[in-house]
Design a protein around this ligand. Structure first.
Ligand code: ZN
Length: 225
């Protein structure tokens, strides 16, 4: 519907399962000897089918955020087979198990009902793994890479910028947004100045694309290129 009404709009669609599952995890859950765990390879089939349906609906960029291993290759195969060889993939390649996702999870009620996402999201203390994840996703056919969250991980963003030439996106997540907005509401920060400073920092660290809840408020304040 959006592509019909606003054909000039660039649509990036987020491929994941957590918004559609009652357990809130990003992959398929199996029970194994009384213990529940996320089944990586079974998730790939479902994720690629979702990506295919997004492509048919008119997505301009497919952005897998689930963090399963091998999903970029699985999605690329599915898209190619369905005739979407030109459709780019923006991989959430470097996504940390962060405490900054809270407001988004509350809005989506997507907090996992058991366990947590640390078996597939990354350990915030591990910087080098980011390079491996990025290399793997590029080898599987990713066209763009994302780092999420943004501000607490500028060093990781910069490390990727030094190593790779593909477009890099920084995702300023809901907790980053809320912290700035609430501080401004409390009279502690000048919101516009603070937001533009965080964006400047992300660009300085190497981001080409910013994903941010402040876009509607301040995108017009960016210098046009
Ligand atoms: Zn998810």
């Amino acid at each position: 519907m959006l592509k019909e009404k606003l054909p000039e709009l660039l649509l990036i669609t987020d491929v994941c399962l957590c918004d559609y599952t009652d357990h809130g995890h990003c992959g398929v859950v199996v029970e194994d000897g009384g213990e529940k765990r996320i089944e990586n390879d079974a998730s790939l089939e479902v994720l690629s089918r979702i990506a295919g349906s997004m492509a048919r609906a008119g997505a301009d960029i497919i952005a897998p955020s689930d963090m399963m291993d091998g999903r970029v290759a699985a999605i690329r195969d599915e898209l190619d087979a369905a005739g979407f060889k030109q459709l780019p993939i923006m991989s959430y390649a470097v996504k940390y198990a962060s405490s900054f996702y809270g407001p988004f999870r509350d809005a989506l009620e997507s907090t996992p009902k058991f366990g947590d996402r640390r078996s597939y999201q990354m350990n915030p203390a591990n910087g080098r793994e980011a390079i491996r994840e990025a290399e793997q996703d590029l080898a599987e056919g990713a066209d763009m890479l994302m780092v999420k969250p943004a501000l607490p991980y500028l060093d990781v963003l910069h490390a990727l910028r030094e190593k790779f030439s593909v477009p890099l996106a920084a995702y300023q997540v809901s907790g980053e947004y809320s912290a700035l907005r609430l501080a401004a509401q409390a009279g502690i920060l000048d919101e516009k100045a603070a937001v533009l400073e965080t964006w400047t920092a992300m660009a300085r660290a190497g981001a080409d694309i910013l994903v941010t809840y402040f876009a509607k408020d301040y995108a017009a304040a960016l210098p046009s290129s």
